[in-house]
Structures are given as C-alpha cells and as structure tokens.
Design a protein around this ligand. Sequence first.
Ligand code: URA
Ligand code: CA
Length: 408
Amino acid sequence: MNIIDIITKKKNNEELNYEELSYAFNGYLNKQIPDYQMSSLLMAIVINGMNLKETISLTDIFLKSGDQYNLREKMDNVVDKHSTGGVGDTTTLIIGPMCASLGLKMAKMSGRGLGFTGGTIDKLESIPGFRVNLSKNELIEQVSKVGFANCAQSDDLTPLDKVIYALRDVTGTTESIPLIASSIMSKKIALGAENILIDVKYGSGALMKTKEDAETLSDYLKKIGAYYEIKVECLIDNMSNPLSQAIGNAIEVIEAINVLRGKKCQLRDTCIEIVAKLLVMSEGLSEFEAVKLAAGSLDSGKALNKFMEFVAHQGGNIEDVYLSEKRIEVKAKHDGVIKNIDALGAARLAAKLGASKMTLDDTIDYSVGIYLKKVKGDSVKQEEPLMTLYVNNYNVELNDEDFDFIEY
Ligand code: URA
Ligand code: CA
C-alpha cells in the first residue's frame, strides 16, 4: 500500500476501505505520513466526501487510537449530550445537574471556546479552585457517586482526532460532514454513554450553514451510533440568536445558577426540552411525564443541590465567582419592540470586552460579559436599559455599531 495511491483514489472519487484509511491516518499519527500528504487526502475527502461505510471506518480508526472508558458497562443510565457550538450556551451546567438529580448519569467532556463561541471549560474555570482535568478513575468515581462530572477532553481518548482536528483547522478542511461526524462520534463512543443527544446548530455563525446540511450530519451521527449500538438523537437548531441572556464566563455560571434556582426564561425551556428527551430515550417515559419530571428537578431545588455537589466535588468555590464591579448600562435610543438579537454580534461584543481569546496566547477575563435585559418580543422605551456590560476598564472603546446586533 502507498499513500499516493490512496490520495489518488479519493481524488478520483473512489471508496477507500478500512485498511487504506487505517494506513493513511494511523501513519499520520505515527509520523510516517507527513502533514502535506495528510492535508492533500483531507482536501480530497472534503471535496469528494465519504459514504457511511468509510465514515464508520474512520470513526473506528479514531476510536481505537486511544483508551476507551466503556461507561455503560460500568454503570446504568449513562447519558451524554453534545452541542456543535453556540453563543450563551450554558446548557451543560444546568442539564448535567438536572439529569443527576433524576437518576441519570452524565460524564461530560467539554471543550474550550473556539472563535467567538464560548466553551464550557472556560466557563468552569471562572469558578475559583475548579479542577477541569480529571483522571479516568476520578471521572468514573465522581459520576457513580454524584451523577455528573464535567471535565476537559482527556489526552488518552482519540489522540488521532486531536492531531487531525488541529491540521484541519489550518488547512481549510474543517467543513466536511463525514470528517465532523467521525470526529464527534469517536469522542462520544470512547466515553461510551448508552444514550446521546446532539444539538446540531446551523446558520451563519455555525459549522453547518444550512438546515439540509444539519440534517445530513444528524443522519450520519445517528447511523454511526447505531453501528456501535448507542442510541443517538439530534435536535436541529438555528443558531442565529444567543441561547441565554448572559454572554461571558462567570456571568454564564451565575445565569446557570439563576435557572437552577427557578428562573423562568428561554434557557430554562431549552434545558427542560433536552433533559426530557434524554429521559424519554433512557427511561422510556412519555414526553408529558418526562417534561414534568425535568421541570420538577428545577422547581424542587434538587438540580441546584446537585450542581453545588458537583462543583464542590471538583474543588470549586461558588461563592468566590467574581463579576466585574465596573458596569455600563446601554440604553435604547428610541421606543420599539425587540425584533432580533444576532448571536454573532453579541459574541463579538463580549469578545471585545475580553470574554474570549482573539489569538492563541490571549488571556480570558472571566469577570466581563454582557447581560441582555430585553429579549426578542419585548417592548422597549427610549432611555430604558437594553443590556448591562461588565467591563474591566471604563475606557474600552465602544461605538454604535457594537450594539447593532439588537434590532428594535
Ligand atoms: N466538533 C468536533 O468535535 N469535531 C469537528 O470536526 C467539528 C466539531
Ligand atoms: Ca436504562
């Protein structure tokens, strides 16, 4: 076998078998295949695609490049959720404790922010003392005991995905449904939940640009799951609006606590929907029953107690979460009704305040962010506050265009 023949085959839009994919990808991991040849193969895959059989082969090659936790063989009712990126997406910090309080188990590995979209690991690091790195044994022990653990992606799982992901990022080869599907699913299967819910986002700021692409990706994800006898269901969502009123790091942790304390808002409804779906999948409940249980876990305070237990277990001091004292109220220029709040625009403003990394060696200011005081459909009067900005410096240069993302 040789790599040039494999690249040529894909260039000619032919199917690659397991051995050929393994030769190329494992060769890359073992540094026998150089960056330029792997980049060329990846580009041929982006352009000509891969069928389901090839995608399952690649998922399996990623999976077998590292350790596997097999969580579903170690305990009952293990669920997992994944979102392909969002702005103000604090759902994991609410859903995990809700699930745990209802007898489900969630071992969640999260990522850091990418571009303008926030990452759960960055948000967790805004809690002083919180440990985002857990060993395999720590993770398994915490999930069996508390029901929820949330840590950074372990280096032991799917190391091949890690190197390929980094190469894709710098070679224009990110946008490929089979490559995305095998990347996501290999990491999920390596943990080994029994039921997985994946929130597939589409829209201008998302990985998938159209609803059709989001549907095709969902179909691949479900079929890969089925091959490994893991039930996968997908929600398909437009990503044009922020998921919550809070955008930042500490501020999103605080908003998660607000919802866990019973705040009624869009974020609460989204979390109830996701937890209900997981309960239907895992426990075979009716949707009505599942929604009632999910809402009850918030209203009874049981999910809040689980959240506190989870944070304490990973060393965090929730009382010490710090939000900047320096605040700027942004007021409406005229009367109106909020027509739209653009997610990407909100994320850009949060980034300008220092809430996310703009370059690799940038640092994140956990204490800054945005709190939207008005949501879609609200009416607003001139001079009424639209949002509060939490800043580290009153001299941050802001102009009218920074607030254009709210249309009213
Ligand atoms: N998320 C992943 O884990 N992998 C991709 O390829 C894209 C999004
Ligand atoms: Ca079960």
